[in-house]
Design a protein around this ligand. Structure first.
Ligand SMILES: Nc1ncnc2c1ncn2[C@@H]1O[C@H](COP(=O)(O)OP(=O)(O)O)[C@@H](O)[C@H]1O
Ligand SMILES: [Mg+2]
Length: 299
C-alpha cells in the first residue's frame, strides 16, 4: 500500500473534525476524496502530509509512519494545499528553484527546466507569480508538488476556480502525472471524479460513508428509476396505479418512474402495460448520476 490511514481522529477543541477514518490507496491508484464543505477532507490531507498532527490513529506512507519519520515521508510526498498558497512576489523559475533547493535536488537548473516544460510554463517562467492567471498559478502549484519526483501526490482541490478550458488541461496533466504516481485528490466536481479517478472515498461530517468504484456506487442505490416510452398516449394518473410506485415524472414523450422498493420495476411496468394493452417502445433502468449518489450519501 502506498497510503494507509487507520482509525484517524482529529479534534479541534471539542469538535471532532475527523472521526475514525480508515482507508488505503494502492500504488498507482488515483483516488477521489469527496465530501461537502467542512467534511474533513483538508484536515485529513494535512495530517497525511505531516503538516498537522492527528489526535489519534496512524498513517503510513509507503510503509513509513508520517508522525515518526516526518522528514522522510515529506521527501516522498508531493502536496498541493487547498487554495494553492504561493509567493506571489517571486518569479516562476525563481520560485521553483527555491522549492528545489529545499528538497536538495541535484542538477536543479535542469530539473526546473524539465518542470517548466512538463507543465507548459515556458512563456511564464520569467513572470511574477502574482501576475499569472489562475490556471497558470495552478500549474506552478503542481510543479512545486512534483519537482522532487514524489511517489505519492496529495492534491487538495487542484481544479477549484478554473475555467472550463483550464479545467480540462489541468485534469489532463493530473491524469498524466497519475500514470506513474499514487494520487489522492479532493474535489467537488463529479465529472472530474468520473474522468480521472479509479475509486472514490466519500466523507461526511468526519466519517467515511463510501469507498468504491464510481460505477459500483452508482448501482448501489436505495431507489431505482426506470425510463419508459409507450407507443400510445398514457397519462400520469394511469401510471400511478402501477404497484410500488413512488414517483412518476414526464420527460418529453416518455416517463421516469421511481420506486424505493427492492424490486425490478421493469417487470412491474411490463406486466402493467400488458394488462392495459400498451406497447412499450423503450424500457431501461436509469443509472444514478454521481451527483445523486453524493447527495444521497451526504445529506
Ligand atoms: N484550524 C482549525 N481550527 C478549528 N476548526 C477547524 C480548523 N480547521 C478546520 N476546522 C473545522 O474542521 C471541520 C473540517 O474542516 P476541513 O477539513 O477544512 O473540511 P473540508 O476540507 O472537507 O471542507 C470544519 O468544521 C472546520 O471548520
Ligand atoms: Mg478543504
Amino acid at each position: 500500500m502506498s497510503i494507509e490511514v487507520k482509525n484517524l481522529f482529529k479534534y479541534y477543541g471539542e469538535q471532532a473534525a475527523v472521526c475514525d477514518i480508515s482507508f488505503s490507496v494502492k500504488k498507482g491508484e488515483i483516488v477521489g476524496f469527496l465530501g461537502p464543505n467542512g467534511a474533513g477532507k483538508s484536515t485529513t490531507m494535512k495530517i497525511m502530509t505531516g503538516f498537522i498532527p492527528a489526535s489519534s490513529g496512524e498513517i503510513h506512507i509507503c510503509g513509513m509512519k508520517v508522525d515518526v519519520e516526518n522528514l522522510e515521508t515529506r521527501q516522498i510526498i508531493g502536496y498541493l494545499p487547498e487554495n494553492n498558497p504561493l509567493y506571489t512576489e517571486m518569479y516562476v523559475r525563481e520560485y521553483l528553484e527555491f522549492v528545489g533547493r529545499i528538497y536538495k535536488i541535484k542538477n536543479l537548473k535542469n530539473r526546473v527546466s524539465e518542470m517548466i516544460q512538463t507543465l507548459g510554463l515556458e512563456l511564464e517562467q520569467n513572470k511574477k507569480i502574482g501576475s499569472l492567471s489562475k490556471g497558470y498559478r495552478q500549474r506552478v502549484g503542481l510543479a512545486q508538488a512534483i519537482i522532487h519526483d514524489p511517489q505519492v501526490l496529495i492534491l487538495d482541490e487542484p481544479t477549484s476556480g478554473l475555467d472550463p478550458n483550464q479545467l480540462v488541461e489541468i485534469r489532463e496533466l493530473i491524469r498524466k502525472i497519475g500514470e506513474e504516481k499514487t494520487v489522492i485528490l479532493s474535489t467537488h466536481i463529479m465529472q472530474e471524479v468520473e474522468a480521472i479517478c479509479d475509486r472514490i472515498v466519500i466523507i461526511s461530517k468526519g466519517k467515511i460513508v463510501a469507498n468504491d468504484k464510481a460505477s459500483i456506487l452508482q448501482n448501489e442505490t436505495t431507489h431505482q428509476t426506470v425510463y419508459v416510452e409507450f407507443d400510445s398516449k398514457v397519462s400520469k394518473s394511469q401510471l400511478i396505479k402501477i404497484p410500488n410506485i413512488q414517483k412518476v415524472e414526464a420527460v418529453n414523450n416518455a416517463w421516469l418512474i421511481e420506486t424505493s422498493a427492492d424490486i425490478d420495476l421493469r417487470k412491474e411496468i411490463s406486466q402493467f402495460a400488458q394488462k392495459e394493452k400498451w406497447l412499450i417502445l423503450t424500457l431501461k433502468i436509469e443509472k444514478k448520476s454521481l451527483e445523486e449518489v453524493f447527495k444521497d450519501l451526504t445529506k
